[in-house]
Design a protein around this ligand. Structure first.
Ligand code: CA
Length: 224
């Protein structure tokens, strides 16, 4: 297992590196964001331990850029303080987990093991299907580059369909996941909201079938 360690504090970097090597990991250590980005783009790592506060390009930018280049090695970020905002930003930038300094080395090992086990599957922060993109963190939907304004419920419905792109999703399943358990309003509420979404999303530039397609008697599907 090959790990990229990105940490500019020399003592900290040395301690983590030594600990990881004792556990049998191969470790490449770098001290700045540009170098980290270069290494992680050139080689396939099984995991990346990434300090957020780095000179020059910070850890947020490193992580976001890697994901935008389709590099999906699991990333564990290290934050210097217990700042919730940093952790949220880190996760939104595409990190998989975080650890607040100071931490027990055993915890770093445990989290890293869990991440490495999970492997490098693509986990895009922004969902894209056809010409529609949906950013859950920014709560933004674009169709062919144009912003589409949606209500919270419409957004949730579209997000659910896009997370299951290519799958026909039944009305019951949509109700269970997008409306809460106790919903007992209109029975055709799903169809009503699909209608709202279709109107707001408009038609594709080539005028082909609607983005959300009806599969008669079964449910709805987006994507091929
Ligand atoms: Ca640092």
């Amino acid at each position: 297992m090959r790990i990229l360690l990105v940490e500019d504090e020399i003592k900290m970097a040395r301690a983590i590196r030594r600990g990881l090597e004792q556990e049998g990991y191969a470790v490449d250590a770098v001290g700045d964001g540009e170098e980290a980005l270069f290494r992680a783009t050139e080689s396939d790592y099984d995991g990346i331990v990434l300090d957020l506060m780095l000179p020059g390009m910070d850890g947020f930018a490193v992580c976001r850029t890697l994901r935008s280049r389709d590099r999906w090695a699991p990333v564990l970020v290290l934050t210097a303080r217990d700042a919730v905002a940093d952790r949220i930003r880190g996760l939104d930038a595409g990190a998989d987990d975080y650890l607040v300094k100071p931490f027990a080395f055993g915890e770093l090992l445990a989290r890293l093991r869990a991440l490495v086990r999970r492997g490098p599957g693509a986990r895009p922060a922004v969902l894209e299907v056809g010409d529609v993109s949906l950013d859950p963190a920014a709560h933004r939907v674009l169709r062919a580059g144009q912003v589409v304004e949606l209500s919270a419920r419409e957004f949730a419905l579209l997000e659910y369909l896009m997370r299951h792109a290519g799958e026909v999703v039944s009305r019951t399943r949509i109700l269970d996941h997008v409306w809460d358990y106790n919903y007992d309003g209109l029975s055709n509420v799903v169809d009503v909201y699909v209608g709202y979404l279709r109107r707001k999303l408009g038609t594709a530039p080539d005028g082909s079938e609607p983005f959300i397609r009806t599969v008669r008697g079964v449910g709805y599907v987006v994507g091929s």
